[in-house]
Design a protein around this ligand. Sequence first.
Ligand code: NAD
Length: 489
Amino acid sequence: MSALVTPDGSQLLIGGKLVPGGAGTFATVNPATEEVLGQAANGDAADMDAAIAAARTAFDAGSWSADPAFRARCLRQLRDSLRGHIEELREITIAEAGAPRMLTSGPQLEGPIGDLGYFAELAENYVWETDLGSAAPMGIKSGRTLRREPVGVVGAITPWNFPHQINFAKIGPALAAGATVVLKPAPDTPWCAALVGKVIAEETDIPAGVVNIVTSDDHGLGAQLVTDPRVDMISFTGSTQTGRGIMAGAAASLKKVFLELGGKSAFVVLDDANIAAASSYAAFSVCVHAGQGCALTTRLLVPRESYDEAVRAAAKAMSGIVPGDPGNAGTVCGPLISERQRARVEHYLDLARAEGGTVVTGGGRPEDAARGYFVQPTLITGLPNTSTVAQEEIFGPVLVVIPHDGDEDAIRIANESPYGLSGAVWGTDPDRIRRVVQGVRTGTLSVNGGVWYSADAPFGGYKQSGNGRELGVLGFEEYLEAKLIATAE
Ligand code: NAD
């Protein structure tokens, strides 16, 4: 079995062939060491054009879109082939994304690979046609059938924070639905995507052109996918700002746009909860993968009278988490992905101080980390929910503690955000918990530590956190069109 990537570089996957990038190569960097891992193929506009053409032909001329049993077989074959490379994939994911090793047995790698089986089952078991019965609109008796068909060519544009999870949450359901895909992964994690392309090309029966992967350091290739009229749908995960541009760019061709964007989720602690336990849990969770998770609960809302107790517990939990080598089995908090992201987080820490906040623990780079884009887990107090650090997504291990004056006030504060991605509620009284769950306007909510993330459960946001849902049957149906056929009887 050949190595998936070598320091000499990875390749693009276009029309079933592994090819070099038209713009040469670009470096992929290990964020824990700042060392260049190696080179990735740098696709150019001509490569993207060829990838779109290949996906279009595979959809229009091939049998892929009409053969769900074959698609299911290919998805399981891809899953099994990737499992055959799991240790190599693991090391590259740790090295390139800075993903803590412990997460690679879950959502950073093995989870999403296993989830391809869920989408294979959906392809096999989904009810593609529904008989709506007879009706006589305008006096003409008609038998109606609702048929679901694949959406066509999907442009998938993804970020770097959970590269496999997000790539497969798009490729899996799109392929199961019978669509074809052009994937444009983040410039920070090209190898994670390219090695999947190599496995697809060399070890699966997925037909040429069904999956195309164009790595590039040029965001413009994403914009090219968005505006090209041969692409039927854009499936995007990334920042709200980029999502806005994508929606505008897609307007000319009126293609379907599915967006998973940023978040600033609230962790609501009710006064009948164990304040210390809830606050420690919230503090720990915001440090996982250095806070680079869109759905992390980065605002901790606690009863005003318990504010000091909550801050003590959160500070204790955060000061006990030492950012470190993501390759170590015990590391929870690795590096940020890049110097640019670290500068962004540090900018917010400066802002918190400038706005009058108190940094209770953390607040900068770890003293002993001479290399790597590490930031200390940081707890900020003394700022209102209207402050910049409580309103904007920081994407680092930073938690802001905000007091509330009862359940209704907590709901109000939780909703006082442009985002609506996720959240958490901790308490004892089920009626009060239900009231808060109903009041908070977000796409997912965890109650007392419940886990909503799963292949069969839809994930997505209200408000400026996006539109549409990823995963589950709802996520699969994003990649379908609906055709209503009426036959005169
Ligand atoms: P980003 O928006 O900068 O980039 C995401 C992708 O979009 C990259 O592939 C990038 O090359 C591409 N891109 C950039 N400009 C583009 C343009 N004008 N047109 C088309 N494509 C373009 O995001 P990022 O910094 O890579 O990732 C972090 C962000 O992603 C955070 O805001 C985070 O909340 C969000 N995110 C959301 C979810 C979710 O499911 N809601 C999941 C993970 C990350």
